[in-house]
Design a protein around this ligand. Structure first.
Ligand SMILES: [Ca+2]
Length: 219
C-alpha cells in the first residue's frame, strides 16, 4: 500500500521591511524528490504569495542530508503597517493512490509595524514677506503624504485669582499636505508665516495611519 510521507518544515522569521515582510523558513517532503516544496504565504488569512523552498540552508542540509542544501525559502511578501499575522502552508506532495493528509501549516508569526515619524524639521530660508521654506527627513518608504501644521502662539490675558499672570496660548494657523516622495529623502515645503511666533509640526501619513509628530520649536 502506498503511503504519504509527511512534510517537515518551519516558518522561521517574519520581519517587516517597509511595504513588505521578509519571510524565511524551510520545508521538505520526500515525495517531491529533487523538486522544491511549494509554500503558500497568507496574511490575516488571505493568500499573498506562492514560494519555492529552494534557497540555501546548510543547517537544514546538516539535519536532513538526503535533501541537499537548497530547501529554504526567503522572500519579501507585500505587507502593510499595523499588526498582522503571517502564516506559511506547505503544499503536500502525495503519491498516487495514497491518502491525502491535507496541506500542513509550517507556522504563523505576528508582526507589528508602525509608521516612522519625520525628523530634523528645520527652517531652510525665510524671506521678508514671510515666505518660509522648511525641510525634514522622510524616514520610511510607506508614507503617502505628510501633514504639516503651523501653530502660532500669542499672549492671552488670563486673570488667575492667585497670581494674575499672563499665559501663553497657541492656535492652529494653517495646515496642509505635502505629497510623499519615493524612497527615503529630504522633503521641502514652502509656506507663508506672519512672524517668528509659530512652530511647525510634521506627521507622516499612510492611509488611515499617522506617525508620531515631529516638532520644530519655532518657525
Ligand atoms: Ca508527502
Amino acid at each position: 500500500m502506498v503511503r504519504d510521507i509527511p512534510v517537515h518544515g518551519t516558518l522561521d522569521t517574519v520581519t517587516y521591511v517597509g511595504n513588505a515582510v521578509r519571510v524565511t523558513g524551510w520545508g521538505i517532503d520526500r515525495d517531491s524528490g529533487s523538486a522544491p516544496l511549494i509554500v503558500d504565504i497568507y496574511i490575516d488569512g488571505a493568500w499573498k504569495q506562492t514560494l519555492s523552498a529552494n534557497t540555501y540552508r546548510p543547517d537544514v542540509a546538516a539535519a536532513y542530508p538526503a535533501y541537499g542544501s537548497y530547501r529554504g525559502f526567503d522572500a519579501n511578501v507585500p505587507a502593510g503597517l499595523g499588526t498582522h499575522q503571517v502564516c506559511a502552508w506547505a503544499i503536500s506532495v502525495v503519491p498516487a493512490g495514497a491518502a491525502n493528509p491535507g496541506n500542513p501549516q509550517l507556522g504563523c508569526r505576528t508582526y507589528t509595524a508602525t509608521l516612522a515619524a519625520p525628523t530634523d524639521v528645520r527652517t531652510i530660508s525665510r524671506a521678508d514677506d514671510g515666505t518660509t521654506v522648511f525641510g525634514f527627513k522622510d524616514n520610511s518608504v510607506e508614507e503617502t503624504s505628510f501633514r504639516v501644521v503651523i501653530t502660532r502662539q500669542y499672549w492671552e490675558q488670563y486673570n488667575d485669582p492667585r497670581w494674575g499672570q499672563m499665559y501663553r496660548a497657541y492656535y492652529v494657523d494653517r495646515q496642509f499636505t505635502v505629497p510623499a516622495q519615493a524612497g527615503t529623502a529630504e522633503v521641502t515645503a514652502t509656506t507663508v508665516t506672519g512672524g517668528s511666533d509659530c512652530r511647525t509640526t510634521v506627521y507622516a501619513v499612510s492611509g488611515s495611519i499617522q506617525s508620531a509628530p515631529a516638532v520644530k520649536g519655532w518657525c
